[in-house]
Design a protein around this ligand. Structure first.
Ligand code: TF8
Length: 338
């Protein structure tokens, strides 16, 4: 008996370090089906990053995390998916931070124009304490914010005329995201801002319900807006983040090991997505030109005029309860510039 005990002891001692170092197999990881919804097509920066994320999850979980991507808003618009996550009917999604304002108003601060000068500043603010704090603010709303991906700097397209000065926007029915900051901004520029879900945008452009829209060049390419829009104006008026969300109900049911796998794969997906989006973005303008779009860039002087024109939008945002978040965001950007 003594010998047996000893033998068991030795076996346990030998096994312990192995158990500690083996990955998924020895961890508390169950088979998980993850429905991951997104709005763009499979053949977009969003679609490619979802695919990468799914592969990372599979690798890191020993094949137990089975994430399936649902593109083209096939599980619903951003807002519908957010609600499905809150209710626990869907596990994960990626979408625009701008569409979260009905849940956490402070996300609207990102939509104020001309905040960031470049991607490096955006990364620093989003991945730093400011971005983190906003992610945390989702927890008591039934959502878990994991990481920010890049949607990108937004530009204008329309079917009416080239926009070389802000007056050219006059009277253009311009689709914007469902968010008061966008509506206010474009009305100040003289356009007729029409809030609409992205999932309805192509048809609205095609049928002439709206004349134009604004999105990063990568999206103008992957959503084939060049088929229904003649003019592209490079304005880079807003840097738009995407946010990867999980249902809190679902996330809370994961083991510590599972959460770790998910969080680490999310960070890997973020790094992949930003790099991929930036590479794709550099190719998009030439592609859109080849597809027949007439493209112009707004001059620095014109951008200054626009900046001047939308100053009251900042005051309005502050007066509507955004003063504190705006101050924090501006401080974070200043810090990122140093
Ligand atoms: C928009 C956004 C969208 C994204 C996407 C559906 O214009 O930029 O392209 O939110 O996730 O609505």
């Amino acid at each position: 008996f003594r010998k047996l005990l000893l033998a068991t002891g030795i076996a346990a001692a030998l096994l312990a370090p192995i158990a500690a170092t083996t990955s998924a197999a020895a961890q508390d990881v169950k088979t998980r089906i993850i429905r991951f919804g997104y709005g763009l097509s499979e053949n977009s920066n969003q679609g490619r990053a979802v695919k990468y994320f799914a592969e990372e999850l599979s690798k890191r979980s020993g094949g137990k995390f089975k994430m399936k991507g649902f593109g083209d808003a096939s599980l619903g618009s951003d807002i519908q998916m957010q609600n499905a996550l809150i209710g626990g009917a869907q596990e994960m999604m990626v979408g625009s931070t701008a569409t979260l304002v009905g849940i956490v108003k402070d996300f609207g601060a990102f939509d104020l124009p001309f905040l960031f000068n470049n991607e490096r500043e955006a990364d620093a603010v989003l991945d730093g304490p400011f971005g983190e704090k906003l992610l945390k603010s989702l927890n008591d709303k039934g959502l878990v914010g994991l990481v920010y991906w890049e949607n990108g700097f937004r530009n204008l397209t329309n079917s009416k005329r080239p926009i070389t000065k802000v007056e050219d926007m006059g009277g253009i029915k311009l689709r914007v995201m469902q968010n008061p900051v966008y509506i206010d901004m474009f009305n100040r520029f003289g356009a007729n801002a029409v809030p609409l879900a992205f999932s309805e945008l192509f048809t609205a452009l095609e049928t002439g319900t709206v004349d134009g829209q604004e999105n990063p060049v990568t999206t103008i390419q992957s959503s084939k807006f060049y088929e229904v829009q003649k003019y592209l104006t490079i304005s880079r008026h807003v840097y738009s983040p995407w946010i990867v969300l999980a249902s809190k109900r679902w996330y809370d049911g994961l083991s510590a090991d599972e959460k770790k796998i998910l969080n680490e794969a999310a960070v890997a997906s973020r790094d992949f997505e930003r790099k991929d989006s930036r590479e794709a973005s550099a190719q998009s303008v030439a592609y859109l030109k080849e597809k027949g779009m007439q493209i112009n860039e707004l001059s620095p002087a014109e951008l200054d005029r626009m900046r001047e024109m939308v100053k009251p939008a900042f005051d309005k945002y502050a007066a509507d309860g955004g003063a504190e978040v705006l101050k924090d965001l501006q401080a974070a950007i200043t810090a990122a510039r140093k």
